[in-house]
Design a protein around this ligand. Structure first.
Ligand code: ASP
Length: 417
């Protein structure tokens, strides 16, 4: 190999009578490797023995641009939306070395990659972290809530939080309890922003448009159907990622979306919470566990999980059941002052412990039920409630109170009134 190309260069490689054109992948040019790997235009990688090829550099890679961390991008009108960057696929690029997606775009680069945003308003970027959402923990929610609260106090026109999709519904639900009175629009993408098929651009435009309304609660704005025509606005504590890869992965469970956004046109379909004085309640007790009931779940596993936890959320079978053999252990856990909340792994429908004997026994043991609340929402709500009080009766009372629209079960809400 005569010339040494650099990662990112577009090259033509000749091997015998065959030629290949592609981009040089980083990490494949070190002296220790005999193989040069290039990415072809069809997306496939090919490895070639350096001793057997001739290389012609067609185009040098552009030098990486240094972008300031936080920046204002001027756009139309006099309103400004702040992008509070957290990472995820929406802020990711394909890493050419491994072909894997990793968060590499700053919030500023992300905003600049969607010039249409400038037709709507100005954008200010505020990176908080840049990680995949599977790495987000409750302490990140606290940082995020405090950051968003500061922006809300400042009186910004809108707040959008680009976030990984894997745990976006946990964060959106957590923030719905930790922060009230302000709009927070969570948005993600199922395909990284550097891919032509990415859903990042449309989702971002629609999220920014939603943030500019008088929305005063935590919502998730994501693709509404598989073609690029509209997004739905989901209440942050009623939504769930329901597909590993489809653009329409996010669904409001046990209800319908709050609204629909088409470009910059927002259509509300249901009543939503409007802005008011922002209030921050960012107290959490992190050691709450979630345990799915399954055939074969033993008392030992249950007790082990409960050992270091302050509260447990069970995703029970059907109407909210576990094997009867576990009920004495559950009763003991509750007696120790650790609340046990029952949700259903069915997701759709409400927990009802009045129908079967197992359910009645669970009720007698003191298990807390919350109608049609999502298990993930019950988990973050229990962390939040335990951050406020350790008094079991108080915990039960607050858990059963509809704080941020997280319980929609009419029957239960009537009972609570
Ligand atoms: N694993 C990624 C994340 O949650 C997936 C995504 O963003 O879509 O950060």
């Amino acid at each position: 190999m005569a010339k040494t190309p650099e990662p990112g260069d577009l090259i033509r490689v000749t091997k015998g009578k065959t030629t290949y054109t592609g981009v040089v992948m980083p990490g494949t040019l070190s002296g220790s490797s005999d193989i040069l790997i290039i990415k072809l235009s069809n997306g496939y990688n090919i490895g070639l023995n350096k001793d057997e090829i001739e290389v012609e550099i067609l185009e040098k890679a552009a030098p990486p641009l240094e972008k300031p961390e936080s920046m204002r991008i001027s756009g139309k009108g006099n309103r400004e939306v702040v992008l509070v960057g957290t990472g995820g696929t929406i802020a990711s690029k394909v890493e050419y070395r491994t072909g894997a997606v990793h968060p590499a775009l700053s919030a500023t680069e992300l905003a600049e990659s969607v010039p249409e945003l400038r037709e709507i308003c100005s954008i200010r970027t505020k990176p908080v972290f840049n990680i995949l959402s599977e790495n987000i923990s409750p302490s990140h929610w606290v940082t995020l809530a405090e950051e968003i609260y500061r922006l809300a106090e400042e009186g910004v026109d809108g707040i959008v939080v680009p976030h990984g999709t894997d745990t976006m519904h946990y964060t959106a639900a957590a923030l719905s309890f930790m922060l009230s009175g302000t709009g927070m629009v969570f948005v993600g993408a199922q395909r990284s922003s550097d891919r032509p098929s990415s859903d990042a651009h449309l989702n971002l435009i629609e999220a920014v448009s939603t943030a500019l309304t008088d929305i005063g609660e935590s919502v998730v704005v994501m693709h509404g159907e598989s073609s690029d025509s509209f997004a739905y606005i989901h209440r942050g504590n009623r939504v769930r990622k329901m597909h590993t890869s489809a653009r329409t992965a996010f669904r409001t469970i046990n209800g319908s979306p709050l609204g629909k956004v088409e470009g910059s046109k927002v259509e509300w379909l249901k009543p939503y919470r409007k802005q008011s004085e922002p209030e921050l309640h960012a107290h959490l007790k992190e050691n709450v566990v979630m345990l799915q009931a399954f055939p074969g779940l033993t008392t030992e596993i249950l007790e082990k999980m409960a050992e270091n936890a302050q509260g447990i959320v069970i995703t029970g079978t059907g109407l909210g059941h576990v094997s009867s053999s576990l009920i004495p252990a559950i009763q003991e856990i509750i007696k120790e002052g650790k609340p046990v909340v029952m949700t259903s792994q069915c997701l759709y429908g409400s927990v009802n412990l009045n129908v079967y004997e197992t359910g009645r026994d669970l009720q007698r043991a003191g298990v807390i039920t919350l109608g049609d609340i999502l298990p993930e929402t019950a988990l973050v709500k229990l962390m939040w409630v335990l951050g406020r009080t350790a008094d079991m009766e108080e915990v039960r009372k607050i858990m059963k109170t509809n704080i941020a629209g997280e319980i929609e079960d009419r029957r239960l809400l009537r009972d609570l009134e």
